[in-house]
Each structure stands twice: as C-alpha cells, then as structure tokens.
Design a protein around this ligand. Sequence first.
Ligand SMILES: Nc1ncnc2c1ncn2[C@@H]1O[C@H](COP(=O)(O)OP(=O)(O)OP(=O)(O)O)[C@@H](O)[C@H]1O
Length: 227
Amino acid sequence: MIELTNVSKTFTLHNQGGAVLEVMRGANLTVPAGECVALTGASGAGKSTLMRIIYGNYLAAGGSVVVGGVDVTQSEPRDILKLRREVLGYVSQFLRVVPRVPTIEVVAEPLLSLGTPMDEAKDRAASLLQKLNIPEPLWSLSPTTFSGGEQQRVNIARGFAHSYPALLLDEPTASLDATNREIVLGLIEEAKANGTAIVGIFHDEAARERVCDREIDVTGFSPLAAA
Ligand SMILES: Nc1ncnc2c1ncn2[C@@H]1O[C@H](COP(=O)(O)OP(=O)(O)OP(=O)(O)O)[C@@H](O)[C@H]1O
C-alpha cells in the first residue's frame, strides 16, 4: 500500500547562500495493508521529513513514493489532493482548523468531501467524538479554544472518520491521559484490522510496542548521521 524505493532528499537553503543539505539517501520502505510501521531514530534523523515526503508535502530529490498505486513524486497537485481525500490520511500532532467551524463539522468534513450524506457523516463524527470523550456541549463550538488534549482528540476523530487505506500518524498519543490513550490505541488496532497501512512516529514506547508490527530506524537513511 505504501512503497518507498531509494528515496533521497536535499534541502536548498536559499536564505543561507544556497547551502545544500542532504538529509536522506537510499530510503526503502514497504508497508502492506494492515501493517503498522514505527519510524524511529534520534532527533534530526529524518522521521518527520520521511512522513512529509510520503504525504507529498516535501518533494523527494530521487526515488519513488507509491501510495495506493500513485507515485506522489510524479503527481500533479490535484492528484495528490485526490489521494489525500480518498486514500491517504494524516493525523498531525496539532489541529489546524478554519475558525468558527463547529467541531462536529470539522470531524465530519473528510466524509463530506467524499460525498457522504450529511446525516451519515455527522453520525460517524458524533460516535467518534463520544468515543473520544469530547463532551457533547462542545460539539457545536469551534475547537480553537479547546484544551491541548481535546484538540488532539478532535484531530484524531477527524483522521479516523474515513477509513483510509493508508494513514500517517504523528505522535497520536502525545498529550493524552491514560483512558484516552487507550481509546486511541484501540482505534489504531481497529484501522489495522480493517486493512489500513500505517506509518507513524510514536515516542510513547509502550504504545509503539503494542500497535506497531515493525520499527524502521531512519538513521540508516541519514547521510548527516553517517557524517
Ligand atoms: N524545511 C527544512 N529545511 C531545511 N532543513 C530541514 C527542513 N526540514 C528538516 N530539515 C533537516 O532535516 C533533518 C531531519 O529533520 P526531521 O525534522 O525530519 O528530523 P526528526 O527525526 O523528525 O526529528 P525530531 O525527532 O526532532 O522531530 C534535520 O537535520 C533538519 O535540520
């Protein structure tokens, strides 16, 4: 479902005399349906960079990044947007929302953008918000004023609203209490059982051991670490 072959990445720092920084070389990774792979490695090894390359936020300098049969290194922006709508989800650490949109709509939006009828999308959003212990009086409010942990749970609800074939998770349990952490790990296990291929960064070691089938240390792909 997710297949990276010989991926490399350089950054050109235009505001620093055009310095070129090679941060990744020879990255290979295959994640079949239903498998969860954790990216590990010290700070600066390239975990976030690899996630951004898979999501199409960073363009690889070389190699191929195929998700659900689409090579994101060769795709037009509109094809990447279609891939993100239908195939590839991303739960980032922080919620980014349009101000004044109610929480229930923020969570339902990925389903609405796929053409799911409003009632059905809102039912799914409500069941996720309930599961993740977001109090019902908050559902009609914008999540901009919510606590850090509440915002993270809204973000997770949104990320799991549609059953994506591929999913990227950036520290999904970072600011959660034990009860909600458990619920999120359950959602990840459910997604895997439904065939979702997952790549994630989990600093929570116990969480990683529980839901991940394999760990890939990205230090092995880092020319900086080898220097
Ligand atoms: N936009 C950018 N421009 C220039 N260099 C960058 C950029 N993004 C990342 N880097 C460099 O790429 C390397 C890998 O960074 P990355 O953020 O992927 O590491 P990480 O393993 O996710 O670290 P952490 O665990 O601290 O988040 C670092 O040396 C960083 O300085």
